[in-house]
Design a protein around this ligand. Structure first.
Ligand code: NZQ
Ligand code: ZN
Length: 384
């Protein structure tokens, strides 16, 4: 196990009717900016619950944060927050709303330059408004981490940034809020969670049995509870388990002391930026391709994963590793998520642009930092 330090300051408030508890977490005198997306919270009753919980508070609203939140939209919220001098940001929605709100939090006081620099050159920032989150879509883990991903329409970029100031002060996870999710978003959330685990697990063997089993516990629970939820969509317990899996997959816990990959996410973000596919849809295409391209490097861990998670048996690691890849693709396909770009009727017309966004030499990406522009091109071709 490698050396690590770990802190996660997010207070999780989990369970039915938890939204009513937020008033205890926000100063009565704080002026709040309530942020949300395209309106799902208004049709499923979450907005009303938030209104009731915030009785007596001064609240300004900013709706319309889109999936894959854009700099263009978020800067309007930054202007509003500055004008209204808000003191607390309350994000209500999926990962896009939480991420967008993190950007607003950092951008409001970042006046020395264009806040896009926070993403483009990972500019340091020393202040951010406090954030609370009410999560309605289990997927990204944004509710319990300090990262955010923001897109820019004008340049077709999608970039991540983060920092200790971006952890929400609290996050409310009420599984009942997920009952109105369309099937596509449920599928996306399961795939995203699965692949977050993979980015921190499917690297190379290292003696870290606890983290390894924690990662496997998330994967096994995810597979089991997905079946339970799909069989009976109104199954509260399954939804609660899936929600908690998503949070645990990216709150830093399973990353402690182990190598991390993130190649799939890096390529996936570019595919969303250029093709417009959902985040999880891109990941389901790229992950098997990364594994095939880096087969020798990942073979041993793939075989281990196949045994532990899919119950595969046999002694030839190469055979087991191929079977593990096939099992993973079958799982995504069983959820209705395609594992090839052709499944969306798309072709390789943007591959050269995507590859050009990665370095040719020096420090590459992946657990061995050995994935370069030429590898990206080969991985993309395996996605076709
Ligand atoms: O906008 P509204 O009307 O709210 O509708 C949303 C949106 O259309 C809808 N939705 C959310 N909760 C709902 C609901 N519809 C009905 N009932 C509910 N309870 O779902 C749609 C998708 O929402 P979105 O927030 O975009 O999805 P998700 O949570 O998957 O977030 C994706 C974004 O997070 C980023 C992705 O790149 C992408 O931009 N990520 C953030 C990460 C992080 N901060 O750590 C890590 C991830 O790897 C990921 O990159
Ligand atoms: Zn993700």
């Amino acid at each position: 196990m490698y050396a690590f330090s770990y802190v996660n300051p997010v207070k999780i408030i989990f369970g039915k009717n938890s939204i009513s508890k937020i008033a205890r977490e926000i100063n009565k005198t704080d002026k709040i900016l309530l942020t949300y997306g395209g309106g799902s919270i208004k049709s499923n009753g979450v907005y009303d619950q938030v209104q009731t919980a915030l009785t007596g508070y001064q609240v300004v609203e900013f709706g319309g944060i889109e999936a894959n939140p854009t700099y263009e939209t978020l800067m309007q919220a930054v202007d509003l927050a500055r004008r209204e001098k808000v003191q607390f940001l309350l994000a209500v929605g999926g990962g896009s709303v939480v991420d967008g709100t993190k950007f607003i939090a950092a951008a409001v006081d970042y006046k020395e330059n264009d806040p896009w620099k926070l993403l483009e050159s990972r500019a340091r920032f020393s202040k951010a408004l406090p954030i609370g989150a009410i999560l309605t879509l289990p997927a990204t883990g944004s509710e319990m981490n300090g990262y955010a991903v923001v897109s820019r329409k004008s340049t077709q970029q999608k970039l991540a940034f983060g920092g200790p100031l971006l952890y929400p002060r609290f996050s409310v996870l009420d599984p009942e809020t997920t009952f109105t999710l369309p099937l596509r978003q449920l599928q996306n959330g399961i795939v995203d969670t699965f692949i977050h685990v993979m980015e921190q697990y499917l690297t190379y063997p290292l003696h870290a049995p606890l983290q390894e089993r924690q990662a496997e516990a998330i994967l096994l629970t995810l597979v089991e509870e997905t079946q339970a939820m799909l069989a009976i969509p109104a199954n509260f317990d399954a939804r609660a388990d899936l929600m908690w899996c998503a949070t645990n997959a990216l709150n830093g816990w399973i990353a402690n002391g182990v190598p991390q990959d993130w190649t799939t996410h890096a390529i996936g973000h570019e595919i969303t930026a250029l093709y417009g596919l959902d985040h999880a849809q891109t990941l389901a295409l790229v992950l098997p391709a990364v594994w095939r391209h880096l087969f020798d490097q990942k073979q041993e861990k793939l075989a281990h994963y196949g045994r532990r998670v899919w119950g595969l048996q046999g002694s030839d690691p190469a055979v087991l590793a191929h079977q593990a890849i096939a099992k993973t693709e079958e799982f995504f396909q069983s959820l209705g998520v395609a594992t090839r770009l052709s499944g969306y009727g798309l072709n390789g017309n943007h591959f050269a642009t995507i590859a050009s966004r990665f370095v040719e030499s020096g420090t590459g990406i992946g657990e061995k930092q050995n994935v370069f522009k030429s590898d990206i091109m080969k991985i993309l071709e395996l996605c076709l």
